[in-house]
Write a protein of this length. Sequence first.
Length: 62
Amino acid sequence: MKEKLIEILVCPTSKSSLKLVVEKREGDDVIEGSLVCSVCNHAFGISEGVPNLLPWYGCTGS
């Protein structure tokens, strides 16, 4: 995942901003890590450069 994508990605449930946590990087690509919702702190994994942004219904955005 290109690190710059964090500027446009949001939580699929609450539409809140996400914080990028990098575990492994190659250049400007994030290979392993997570995207953390600013509302509920749910972590959406990044594996092999692919973010998993399937909705998590524990986050209501309130």
